[in-house]
Design a protein around this ligand. Structure first.
Ligand SMILES: [Zn+2]
Length: 329
């Protein structure tokens, strides 16, 4: 059955907004936009006073962290993670994560998001929530080896690879996967060296936190002598990848991201909340890097609303450059 979305303000590909009806065909594709007469056996949705737009995509997050929203505010990233977030996450049960993921799905639907990327643990529970909610997601298990013994560290990689294989294509293809080593400084070099060939062979994208703070970059440099970009590239982790944050980048790293066609999930609210800095979005875009937007987890935002994220991205960008972007809408 076709669907006629009636009387809303429609966002067009050229970013203009006009009042129009939209017809969606049986396959969920936009069939026509304009002044459309109702058809027989057609479902109608009244969109008066609403914006009609394709579903938004949240390019980086941790859905179940809706449970930790506001848990620890006004702290820098590293202290926030080590003193507050990681200890409380260790106490979470699978049913907690399932509940947090369902709450995140509801929150995203309410604010217009239909697809999202997610890194966490208990990924099967998240995939189930995505399936039930009717959303689309690219999911993965966040592989962390710091503070773990050898057996547990290897188990992290095995879990990450198994999840990527098991869940890819679930929910009639609405769930896709990625291999997600948490970040270059939270995954040991010896394990990356061991597992990199299997990550590359997994035939799904790679996703990780990248250059979020200067301290994390220094950790990688002290350990390996390289900045995280060159380090990750040595293991082939920039082939078919997108990264979150990319706040502190050298010119060489921007060129490398462009060369490897690595997309960036810009997370301005999380970067501002955790005092990490503001990503050089203009330089990335000028170099040809694709930049999407992500809310990160609700605990570091404290919202999953992509319209708020768009506003934050615009304001942070203008604040960083001290000049106004052209006003288009
Ligand atoms: Zn994150």
């Amino acid at each position: 059955m076709t669907l006629r979305i009636e009387g809303g303000r429609v966002l067009r590909p050229d970013l203009s907004v006009e009042r129009a009806d939209v017809r969606v065909d049986d396959d969920g594709r936009i069939d026509a936009v304009g002044d459309l007469d109702p058809r027989e056996n057609e479902q109608t949705l009244d969109a008066t006073d609403a914006l009609v737009t394709p579903g938004l995509v949240n390019a980086h997050g941790h859905a179940a962290m809706t449970l930790l929203r506001g848990y620890a505010d006004d702290k820098p990233l590293d202290a926030w993670l080590r003193e507050d977030i990681w200890p409380v996450e260790a106490e979470l049960e699978p049913e907690d994560i399932a509940a947090g993921a369902r709450l995140a799905c509801a929150e995203m639907i309410r604010s217009g998001t239909t697809g999202f990327a997610d890194m966490y643990f208990e990924v099967d529970a998240l995939a189930e929530a995505v399936s039930t909610a009717g959303l689309r997601a690219r999911v993965g298990y966040g592989i962390v080896t710091v503070g773990k013994d050898e057996a547990a560290a290897r188990e992290e990689f095995e879990t990450g690879l198994a999840v990527a294989e098991r869940l890819d294509g679930a929910a009639d293809g609405r769930v896709r996967t990625a291999v997600m080593p948490h970040a270059p400084h939270t995954v040991g070099t010896e394990y990356l060296a061991e597992f990199a060939p299997r990550i590359r062979d997994a035939d799904v994208p790679v996703h990780f936190h990248f250059n979020e703070t200067p301290a994390y970059i220094e950790e990688v440099q002290a350990e390996t002598g390289d900045r995280p970009g060159a380090y990750a590239d040595d293991f082939g982790l920039l082939n078919d990848a997108w990264v979150a944050h990319a706040v502190h980048l050298s010119d060489a790293e921007i060129d490398l991201l462009a060369e490897r066609d690595v997309a960036v999930a810009h997370c301005p609210a999380a970067n501002m909340k955790l005092a990490s800095g503001i990503a050089p979005v203009e330089r990335l875009r000028a170099a040809g890097v694709t930049v999407g937007l992500g809310t990160d987890g609700a605990a570091s935002n404290n919202s999953l609303d992509m319209f708020e994220e768009m506003r934050d991205a615009a304001m942070a960008g203008k604040g960083r450059r001290e000049r106004r972007a052209p006003h288009r809408l």
